[in-house]
Design a binder for this molecule. Structure first.
Ligand SMILES: Cc1cc2nc3c(=O)[nH]c(=O)nc-3n(C[C@H](O)[C@H](O)[C@H](O)COP(=O)(O)O)c2cc1C
Length: 204
């Protein structure tokens, strides 16, 4: 089959796009609003964009009904800081609970039953139970095209300035990611877990 996203002519019950760019890591983003209230939400349009220095980015839409920025986006524009926590299989229910559309200023850490841990270089707290956290300073936001009137899409970029790794993940000087079992997003309501690894040498 072939279809053009702008024409939405895939003929399927659900738009298949997100099932095709998969698996996507989940950036579990903590931030503070201008009054210092904590916020936490998962974003699966998320990835690393560079390593030296490390840069991450996540994609965010506007809230469809109110036509306002999501809280994570608004908070990062207001304060310039965020933390990306690793969403693991063990934390999947809390990750999902933190995606609830709570009123701005409501604390998804409390809503999801999660403890916070302090960050070192930025103000937003970390998810204490998450084994990896990237402390980020906002770099730039790019507005992306949007085919639905009244909505908007953005990519928010952050420079990673501090990295927390649970020492239990470090084995023989390497991070053994299988010990943390990261969660990743597929299409529809589907997820997967990183539970196997294989290595390949690059051609010389
Ligand atoms: C696994 C998962 C991934 C998500 N990925 C995105 C995403 O990439 N972009 C987005 O705008 N919303 C995404 N959402 C929805 C947001 O998490 C949801 O709108 C949330 O309420 C936003 O919270 P905030 O307003 O506190 O930032 C995702 C939800 C889940 C459960």
């Amino acid at each position: 089959m072939f279809y053009q996203p702008a024409l939405r002519d895939h003929g399927l019950r659900h738009d298949p796009f997100k099932a095709l760019v998969a698996p996507r890591p989940i950036g579990w983003i903590s931030s503070l609003d201008a009054e210092g209230r904590a916020n936490l939400a998962p974003y699966s349009f998320y990835n690393a964009m560079a390593a030296d220095p490390p840069v991450v980015a996540f994609g965010t839409t506007m809230r469809p009904r109110e036509s306002v920025h999501k809280d994570s986006h608004a908070n990062i524009e207001a304060t310039g800081e965020f933390v990306v926590n690793l969403a693991t299989e063990a934390l999947r229910e809390q990750m999902n609970a933190s995606s609830a559309s709570l009123p701005a200023g409501a604390d998804e850490f409390a809503h999801a039953g999660l403890e916070t841990a302090p960050s070192r270089l930025v103000k937003p707290p970390r998810v204490a139970a998450s084994p990896v956290a990237l402390e980020c300073r906002h770099l730039t936001t790019v507005e992306l095209p949007c085919d639905t009137p009244g909505r908007a899409n953005y990519a928010v970029f952050g420079r990673v300035v501090g990295i927390h790794i649970d020492d239990a993940l470090v084995v023989d000087g390497r991070v053994d990611i299988l010990l943390s079992r990261p969660l990743a997003r597929l299409g529809y309501m589907d997820y997967t877990v990183v539970d196997n690894v294989f290595a390949m040498d690059r051609p010389g």
